[in-house]
Unconditional design. Structure first.
Length: 164
Protein backbone atom coordinates (compact mmCIF):
# COMPACT_ATOMS: atom_id res chain seq x y z
CA UNK A 1 0.00 0.00 0.00
CA UNK A 2 0.90 3.64 -0.35
CA UNK A 3 -0.49 6.59 1.54
CA UNK A 4 -0.35 10.36 1.59
CA UNK A 5 -1.68 12.76 4.17
CA UNK A 6 -1.27 15.80 6.37
CA UNK A 7 0.66 15.94 9.61
CA UNK A 8 0.27 18.30 12.57
CA UNK A 9 3.32 18.31 14.85
CA UNK A 10 3.96 19.54 18.37
CA UNK A 11 7.53 20.30 19.45
CA UNK A 12 8.15 20.82 23.18
CA UNK A 13 11.84 21.62 23.92
CA UNK A 14 11.42 19.88 27.31
CA UNK A 15 14.70 21.03 28.78
CA UNK A 16 15.84 22.82 31.93
CA UNK A 17 17.85 25.35 29.94
CA UNK A 18 17.24 29.09 30.49
CA UNK A 19 16.19 29.65 26.86
CA UNK A 20 13.74 26.73 26.79
CA UNK A 21 11.11 28.63 24.85
CA UNK A 22 7.51 27.77 24.24
CA UNK A 23 5.95 24.79 22.58
CA UNK A 24 6.06 25.05 18.78
CA UNK A 25 3.39 23.74 16.44
CA UNK A 26 3.95 23.03 12.79
CA UNK A 27 2.24 21.20 9.92
CA UNK A 28 3.31 19.34 6.83
CA UNK A 29 2.89 16.13 4.85
CA UNK A 30 3.29 12.43 5.54
CA UNK A 31 4.02 9.65 3.06
CA UNK A 32 3.63 5.93 3.84
CA UNK A 33 4.63 2.78 1.96
CA UNK A 34 4.03 -0.64 3.44
CA UNK A 35 3.21 -4.29 3.11
CA UNK A 36 0.78 -6.27 5.25
CA UNK A 37 2.02 -9.87 5.50
CA UNK A 38 -1.33 -10.96 6.95
CA UNK A 39 -4.19 -9.40 8.91
CA UNK A 40 -2.03 -9.08 12.04
CA UNK A 41 1.50 -8.09 10.94
CA UNK A 42 2.85 -5.52 8.51
CA UNK A 43 5.96 -3.48 7.75
CA UNK A 44 5.79 0.25 7.03
CA UNK A 45 8.21 2.98 5.97
CA UNK A 46 7.07 6.54 6.49
CA UNK A 47 8.40 10.03 6.09
CA UNK A 48 7.16 13.30 7.54
CA UNK A 49 8.24 16.78 6.55
CA UNK A 50 6.74 19.88 8.07
CA UNK A 51 6.77 23.05 6.01
CA UNK A 52 4.37 25.42 7.74
CA UNK A 53 5.64 26.74 11.04
CA UNK A 54 4.40 28.98 13.83
CA UNK A 55 7.72 29.65 15.58
CA UNK A 56 10.50 28.87 13.15
CA UNK A 57 10.71 25.08 13.56
CA UNK A 58 10.75 22.45 10.82
CA UNK A 59 10.82 18.68 11.27
CA UNK A 60 12.16 15.97 8.94
CA UNK A 61 11.45 12.36 9.90
CA UNK A 62 12.05 9.02 8.15
CA UNK A 63 11.45 5.64 9.76
CA UNK A 64 10.92 1.91 9.30
CA UNK A 65 8.31 0.26 11.53
CA UNK A 66 6.91 -3.10 12.51
CA UNK A 67 3.13 -2.73 12.31
CA UNK A 68 1.07 -5.08 14.49
CA UNK A 69 -2.64 -4.86 13.59
CA UNK A 70 -5.97 -6.07 14.85
CA UNK A 71 -9.07 -6.17 12.60
CA UNK A 72 -12.03 -4.78 14.56
CA UNK A 73 -14.54 -5.30 11.72
CA UNK A 74 -14.61 -5.91 7.97
CA UNK A 75 -13.69 -2.31 7.23
CA UNK A 76 -11.86 -1.10 10.33
CA UNK A 77 -8.60 -2.03 12.04
CA UNK A 78 -6.34 -0.64 14.75
CA UNK A 79 -2.56 -0.78 14.55
CA UNK A 80 0.61 -0.01 16.42
CA UNK A 81 3.97 1.18 15.14
CA UNK A 82 7.39 0.46 16.63
CA UNK A 83 10.67 0.99 14.85
CA UNK A 84 13.77 3.01 14.18
CA UNK A 85 13.65 6.53 12.77
CA UNK A 86 15.93 9.42 11.86
CA UNK A 87 14.54 12.78 12.99
CA UNK A 88 16.01 16.26 12.56
CA UNK A 89 14.65 19.66 13.46
CA UNK A 90 15.60 23.13 12.27
CA UNK A 91 14.75 26.55 13.61
CA UNK A 92 15.08 28.64 16.74
CA UNK A 93 14.09 25.88 19.18
CA UNK A 94 16.33 23.22 20.69
CA UNK A 95 17.78 21.22 17.78
CA UNK A 96 17.33 17.49 17.35
CA UNK A 97 19.37 15.16 15.16
CA UNK A 98 18.64 11.65 16.39
CA UNK A 99 18.28 8.11 15.13
CA UNK A 100 16.29 6.31 17.78
CA UNK A 101 13.12 4.44 18.68
CA UNK A 102 9.86 5.89 17.39
CA UNK A 103 6.38 4.52 18.08
CA UNK A 104 2.72 5.20 17.48
CA UNK A 105 -0.82 3.91 17.15
CA UNK A 106 -3.59 4.43 14.65
CA UNK A 107 -6.78 3.46 12.87
CA UNK A 108 -7.45 2.42 9.28
CA UNK A 109 -10.80 2.39 7.50
CA UNK A 110 -11.35 0.59 4.20
CA UNK A 111 -13.54 2.45 1.68
CA UNK A 112 -13.71 -0.35 -0.92
CA UNK A 113 -16.01 -3.31 -1.34
CA UNK A 114 -14.75 -6.64 -0.04
CA UNK A 115 -13.45 -8.33 -3.17
CA UNK A 116 -10.23 -10.35 -2.97
CA UNK A 117 -7.16 -9.10 -4.80
CA UNK A 118 -6.86 -10.85 -8.14
CA UNK A 119 -4.45 -13.77 -7.81
CA UNK A 120 -3.12 -12.54 -4.47
CA UNK A 121 -4.41 -15.21 -2.09
CA UNK A 122 -5.11 -18.90 -2.56
CA UNK A 123 -7.88 -18.89 0.06
CA UNK A 124 -11.32 -17.35 0.17
CA UNK A 125 -11.63 -13.81 1.45
CA UNK A 126 -12.36 -13.88 5.20
CA UNK A 127 -13.64 -10.31 5.48
CA UNK A 128 -10.72 -9.05 7.54
CA UNK A 129 -7.26 -7.67 7.04
CA UNK A 130 -5.99 -6.26 3.80
CA UNK A 131 -6.91 -8.75 1.09
CA UNK A 132 -8.74 -6.25 -1.07
CA UNK A 133 -7.33 -3.48 -3.25
CA UNK A 134 -8.58 0.07 -3.26
CA UNK A 135 -8.90 3.25 -1.23
CA UNK A 136 -8.87 3.75 2.51
CA UNK A 137 -8.38 6.34 5.24
CA UNK A 138 -5.92 6.44 8.13
CA UNK A 139 -5.47 8.48 11.29
CA UNK A 140 -2.62 8.01 13.74
CA UNK A 141 -0.40 9.41 16.48
CA UNK A 142 3.39 9.07 16.41
CA UNK A 143 6.10 9.91 18.97
CA UNK A 144 8.98 10.75 16.63
CA UNK A 145 11.81 10.47 19.18
CA UNK A 146 11.74 8.22 22.26
CA UNK A 147 15.01 9.01 23.99
CA UNK A 148 15.86 10.16 27.49
CA UNK A 149 16.48 13.90 27.69
CA UNK A 150 15.17 14.61 24.20
CA UNK A 151 12.46 17.13 23.32
CA UNK A 152 8.90 15.85 22.91
CA UNK A 153 8.10 15.53 19.21
CA UNK A 154 4.55 14.31 18.59
CA UNK A 155 2.47 14.17 15.42
CA UNK A 156 -1.15 13.56 14.55
CA UNK A 157 -1.55 12.34 10.96
CA UNK A 158 -4.56 11.95 8.64
CA UNK A 159 -4.69 10.76 5.07
CA UNK A 160 -5.69 8.37 2.32
CA UNK A 161 -4.17 5.04 1.33
CA UNK A 162 -4.33 2.90 -1.76
CA UNK A 163 -3.93 -0.87 -1.36
CA UNK A 164 -2.59 -2.80 -4.37
Amino acid sequence: YVGLGVSAARFDPNCACPSKGDVDKTAGVIGRVGYDFNQYVGLEARGIRTNWKSDGGKIKHLGLFAKPMYPVSEDFNVYGLAGSAKTTTQGSKRRVDAQTLAWGAGLEFDLTDNKPKKGKYSRDFDGYGDQEGGWGLFADYERLVQKSGSPDLDTINFGVTYDF
